[in-house]
Design a protein around this ligand. Structure first.
Ligand SMILES: [Fe+2]
Length: 165
């Protein structure tokens, strides 16, 4: 996803060969060394959890959709931000399209169904909530069919090994 060939002659330091470092609460992640994981129950949707902070009700992640994939309609029980890195995607409920460089800011209460165009898509996203609940999935009538909590994201998260400070 990130092309490092132009930096191939440079010293990239410890993260050049290590997926994660942690120094106390400070974490650094080389997302290129983390594998995509299929999102349970959401065909064509994949995630790399970058950081998961239960104490602050926060998760940061990369999200990928295959061409024409869709994610369940949901309500945000958190503030969500997303920066599109690859591809073209949108929400079924709106006309707008997102593409590399576009940024979305979505307060709690946003309801939508993200789908990818024929290009597929990759975004960096961050959810910041006030409880462990991040999303409520909804059926077509708006009834809540499930909750995505921080524990849902935790199943895709490989916690970093602590480095000596
Ligand atoms: Fe959303």
């Amino acid at each position: 996803m990130f092309d490092l060939t132009s930096l191939a002659h440079m010293d990239l330091g410890i993260l050049g060969g290590t997926a994660r470092t942690a120094y106390g609460e400070i974490q650094n992640v080389n997302s290129g060394l983390i594998a995509w994981k299929a999102v349970d129950g959401q065909p064509g949707n994949y995630i790399k959890v970058l950081a998961l902070d239960h104490s602050r009700h926060r998760v940061d992640f990369l999200f990928k959709q295959d061409p024409h994939a869709e994610f369940a309609r949901h309500n945000h029980v958190c503030t969500a931000v997303a920066l599109t890195l690859e591809g073209i995607w949108g929400y079924r409920e709106g006309e707008e399209l997102m593409f590399p460089g576009t940024f979305s800011y979505e307060p709690s209460g946003s309801i939508h169904t993200p789908y990818a165009s024929e290009t597929g898509m990759v975004v960096y996203a961050s959810f910041q909530g006030t409880s462990p609940v991040m999303l409520e999935t909804l059926d077509d009538e708006g009834n809540i069919t499930g909750e995505l909590t921080l524990d849902f994201f935790a199943q895709y998260y490989d916690a970093p090994q602590l480095q000596p400070v």
